[in-house]
Design a protein around this ligand. Structure first.
Ligand code: FAD
Ligand code: DHB
Length: 393
């Protein structure tokens, strides 16, 4: 006889232990709200997943206020400017001089590691390796999440369900026809590598070159992070190490001469597609979406993880008001308030993507307009300030 499902109840059940889900359950725990966090993959996998690297000013403040910014402040790299490189010349955008704020380069996997440690130290109910969870009955007063481990079905009923399960989780489909999708797919992706190599310089370089976009970044004094624009159809097999290093040197060229990043063993590589997506609204009944579950930005503006952090900060505050006072007004306003930041980030990410990448169909006119745009940002303090304000957040 197969056993019946294990039935449980909590206040908020959260699906997905990326930065959004881990931070949300931590923030709710600090307000005395009970949560269960259900993650498909095991903890090692989640903590090893290499993704974003730039934490904007506002998101860093949220992590600090939540008491999880200590290692970020100790080990993160403070950056006060970025370089735009085009036509073989570098132009520094002095972000801190223009805005009074800075960014912190600190890998997403470090943020996830810090949050997971803290959740477990606080005795949080974080369940890794559950396989894909499913979301049910969101239009009722008793929404639930189910998952199956070792043949045993688990069912958790809650007052609210929050999907922090990324672009391919259960949250997006659960919205059904309640959601209007706004989408843009770019005809290229980013090949990203991590290498054991001391960064040759200490600020990020966003390079627009006739061969395509390249980005120079880092993770620590001994690890360099590099990206190349590649056609959507390219596979990792198309990019042996020598080809990657040659291409990077060409795209970062200065004064017509190849500019080589310090080389080292490549220990991580992946190709990620570039797309923009917003689903409106971010709530249906008792289901809320946060982070990549609700929206995707192309990585050029370094906004993905930052938006996820901002969403859950807002949602944690709204849920706290609801549980304390029974007033659902703040929850009802969640979509509207979150979408203001989301669309601003979508705009900025589209703007950076358009300005910095090479598009196959571009006419000579389009190319000249792109160069004029880059020159304007590089030479106008007002235009550079607009970039810097959006970038530092
Ligand atoms: P995620 O980090 O995606 O976390 C979602 C979690 O939900 C995952 O742990 C997943 O395993 C789990 N999950 C999914 N479905 C289920 C289910 N049904 N049941 C249970 N658990 C489930 N941003 C940048 O700014 N710069 C970058 O360089 C950059 N690179 C990226 C590269 C890749 C390949 C990807 C996918 C994203 C990248 N991003 C980048 C975006 C950034 O990493 C995301 O915006 C950020 O991870 C969003 O956090 P999240 O918590 O919302 O979602
Ligand atoms: C990194 C990623 C980005 O998408 C970006 O715009 C800047 C830096 C990084 O991984 O370091």
């Amino acid at each position: 006889m197969t056993p019946g499902p294990v039935e449980e109840r909590t206040q908020v059940v959260v699906v997905g232990a990326g930065p959004a889900g881990l931070l949300l359950t931590h923030l709710l725990h600090r307000e005395g709200i009970a949560t269960i966090l259900v993650e498909a993959r095991d903890r090692e996998y989640v903590q090893a997943r290499v993704r974003a690297g730039v934490i904007e000013h506002g998101a860093a403040d949220i992590l600090r206020r939540a008491g999880v910014g200590e290692r970020m402040d100790r080990e993160g790299l403070v950056h006060e400017g970025i370089e735009l490189r085009f036509d073989g010349v570098g132009h520094r955008i002095p972000m801190t001089e223009l805005t009074g704020r800075h960014i912190t380069v600190y890998g997403q996997q470090e943020v996830v590691h810090d949050l997971a440690e803290r959740r477990l130290a606080d005795g949080g109910d974080v369940r890794f390796a559950c396989g894909p969870a499913a979301i049910h009955d969101i239009d009722s007063a008793e929404p639930s999440v189910t998952y199956t481990v070792d043949g045993v079905e688990h069912r958790i009923v809650a007052d609210f369900v929050v999907a922090c399960d990324g672009a391919h989780g259960a949250g997006r489909p659960a919205m059904g026809e309640a959601v209007t999708p706004y989408e843009k797919v770019y005809p290229f992706g980013w090949l990203g590598i991590l290498a054991h190599a001391a960064p040759r310089i200490h600020e990020l370089i966003y390079a627009n070159h006739p061969r395509g976009f390249a980005l120079y970044s880092m993770r620590s004094p001994s690890v360099t992070r590099l990206y190349l624009q590649v056609p959507s159809t390219d596979r990792l097999e198309d990019w042996p190490d020598e080809r990657i290093w040659e291409e990077l040197a060409l795209r970062f060229s200065l004064d017509g001469e190849p500019w080589e990043p310090t080389q080292g063993e490549i220990f991580e590589r992946s190709i990620a597609p570039l797309r923009s997506y917003v689903g409106e609204p971010m709530q249906r009944g008792r289901l809320f979406l946060a982070g990549d579950a609700a929206h995707t930005v192309p990585p050029t503006g370094a906004k993905g993880m930052n938006l996820a952090i901002r969403d859950v900060d807002l949602l944690a505050r709204a849920l706290t008001v609801q549980f304390r006072t029974g007033n659902e007004e703040a929850l009802r306003r969640y979509t509207e308030e979150a979408l203001r930041s989301v669309w601003r980030a979508e705009y900025f990410s589209w703007w950076m993507t358009t300005m910095l990448h090479r598009f196959d169909g571009d006419t000579p006119f389009d190319r000249r307009v792109q160069t004029a745009q880059l020159r304007s940002v590089a030479s106008s303090r007002a235009h550079a300030t607009a970039l810097a304000e959006n970038y530092v957040g």
